[in-house]
Design a protein around this ligand. Structure first.
Ligand code: SR1
Ligand code: MG
Length: 396
């Protein structure tokens, strides 16, 4: 684009973010609005917007520490490179389902991308009771395409291993290893929960069967380099509207187990279901079925049309692969549900429940659900079973 890259890192101000967008020719050099709108845990996010033309862009910058914890916790700026490379890869594999990247500056840890302000973060929309008619199908497609086409089923081994190198992401993986797969299962300082949940948390820490199953899932996350997973595919990483869906924030992307993304997505739909009265949960179970069925359908079609694996036509191999992904999905969903209830970084679906006594009741249900998803994941073989499982798991 002819714009010189910066030589060194410094956090942007609103004025500097606006100046960058003007320099890139993405917004006119008139009276601009620029506001830092980041509400996530890690980064600065500026929206630069020209009210006259309606044109806008997002300037996202990684901070050298985790915003959610504070400056005492350094965090690699390399995550900005991972995020922009993953957005580009995702756009290639799942066109229309990610924001367009206009510019990246690695030393400055900046990615400039499409403004999606006409859409709403899916978590917030679901909390408000919106149904997001295409969310589940779009996410099913996104997961199948990005996961299948970055796996050994679709790539030559050298190409795949080159990508594994490019997306090696140890610092961000460590966050997930700690906060999703470890700390909530132990009496760790990072855990965060209401005093009324202490007994339920202590039951988790003492549950050796649960810990054995959590250890197996953690091992998969650590070692199973199946495909380029988004790595943080909760409903806060998705913009959605009536017709459009865009997956954002792949800074946690790395080569991991295929079931991780569907597990996080389904886990977050279950968290939203927990926050609702039973007669308002139906949409979520339907969305879970649609997401999985779309994922499985698109994955199967890709396998039939594009698999390079000489074993792909061996009877039973595709079915075995999908059954294993489903089992992992349910287990990872269970870890996500527990972590968002007693670990670090909660979700508004549960934390926003009023009154306090109801919130505690629901969080206890959430822990029960999470435990059973992990321990009984092998008993579930298709998404249509989840509604009954859910009701049974949270029954008093
Ligand atoms: C310290 S970061 C906490 C969480 O925020 C991100 O969105 C990930 O979910 C991470 O685990
Ligand atoms: Mg994020």
């Amino acid at each position: 684009m002819g714009i010189p890259h910066s030589a060194f890192y410094e956090p942007l101000t609103e004025a500097a973010a606006a100046a960058l967008a003007v320099r890139l020719g993405l917004v006119p050099d008139t009276i601009l609005h620029c506001r830092e709108i980041g509400d996530g845990n890690l980064n600065l996010v500026f929206r630069v917007h020209d009210p006259k033309s309606g044109k806008g862009v997002i300037v996202k910058q990684a901070l050298p520490y985790a915003k959610v914890i504070g400056e005492s916790w350094p965090l690699t700026l390399d995550r900005a490179r991972i995020e922009s490379s993953a957005l580009v890869k995702h756009a290639e594999l799942a066109p229309g389902l990610v924001p367009e990247v206009y510019y990246t500056d690695q030393p400055l840890a900046v990615t400039v991308m499409e403004d999606l302000s006409h859409l709403q973060i899916a978590r917030q929309a679901l909390i408000e009771g919106k149904q997001l008619p295409h969310l589940a199908q779009h996410i099913g497609e996104f997961m199948a395409r990005t996961l299948f086409y970055t796996s050994d089923f679709a790539l030559e081994p050298h190409v795949k291993k080159q990508l594994v190198k490019q997306f090696t992401n140890p610092d961000l993986c460590k966050i997930t290893e700690d906060f999703v797969f470890t700390d909530p299962f132990f009496d760790h300082d990072s855990n965060d929960f209401e005093p009324e949940l202490r007994k339920a948390a202590e039951e988790i820490w003492a549950d050796t069967h649960l810990k054995l199953e959590a250890a197996k899932l953690k091992k998969k996350f650590l070692t199973q380099a199946d495909a380029l997973v988004h790595g943080d595919l909760h409903t806060g990483s998705i913009f959605a509207g009536e017709t459009e869906t865009k997956v954002i924030d792949p800074e946690f992307a790395f080569f991991g187990p295929i079931g991780f993304d569907p597990g996080q997505f389904i886990g977050n739909l279950l968290l939203n279901a927990l926050s609702r009265e039973p007669d308002k949960q139906e949409f979520l179970f339907h969305a879970i079925e649609t997401a999985w069925n779309t994922f499985a359908y698109v994955f199967k079609e890709a396998w039939k049309n594009s698999s390079l694996d000489c074993y792909s036509e061996v009877e039973g191999y595709l079915e075995h692969t999908l059954a294993q992904i489903f089992e992992d999905t349910i287990g990872f969903a269970g870890c996500e549900v527990i972590r968002r209830t007693i670990g670090l970084a909660h979700v508004a679906d549960l934390d926003g429940i009023q009154p306090h006594s109801r919130r505690i009741e629901v969080k206890i249900q959430s822990l029960e659900l999470g435990k059973k998803l992990i321990k009984q994941r092998r008993n579930l073989t298709e998404p249509g079973q989840l509604k009954r499982f859910f009701r049974h798991a949270i029954a008093p």
